[in-house]
Design a protein around this ligand. Structure first.
Ligand code: HEC
Length: 115
């Protein structure tokens, strides 16, 4: 990445590219996921209940049974090798797209959650 995002709009723009390179293979371009394999990011009640869950799923991985929009998943999301800046950007993009409730994470917040 050329330089860090200076505001939320720049974060979202940068996040689009990270999403297509890193998340889309599993969660799909439309964010709908794949039934019983990859949960949706589209209007995800699981995510919107606590947006920090996206940060920790990326930085630490996520496994075990979860329920997203009324459907059960029991898969493994591997930890993704992204910088704090990249995680902040992609999560901010996801929160402001796919019918989610909005919000923003900064690299400093990601660094704290990574600990
Ligand atoms: C290799 C496939 C894979 C990749 C790549 C991946 N995920 Fe996941 N993700 C999963 C799986 C599987 C789960 C569910 C884990 C479970 O069942 O406990 C999940 C769960 C989640 C959840 C919580 C459930 C939900 O749907 O709200 C979020 C948020 C999420 N991923 C975001 C991302 C983002 C953002 C990226 C890109 C930075 C990403 N994932 C990359 C497979 C993946």
């Amino acid at each position: 990445m050329a330089r860090p995002a200076r505001n939320k709009a720049e974060r979202i723009t940068a996040g689009v590219m990270i999403f297509s390179a890193t998340c889309q293979a599993c969660h799909q371009a439309d964010g709908k996921g794949i039934p019983s394999a990859f949960p949706p990011l589209l209007a995800s009640d699981y995510l919107n209940a606590d947006p920090k869950r996206a940060v920790t799923a990326i930085t630490k991985g996520l496994s075990g049974k979860i329920t997203v929009n009324g459907k059960d998943y029991d898969g493994v999301m591997p930890q993704q090798n992204l910088s704090d800046e990249q995680v902040a950007n992609v999560v901010t993009y996801v929160l402001n797209n796919f019918g989610n409730k909005g919000g923003e994470f900064t690299p400093a917040q990601v660094a704290t959650l990574r600990k």
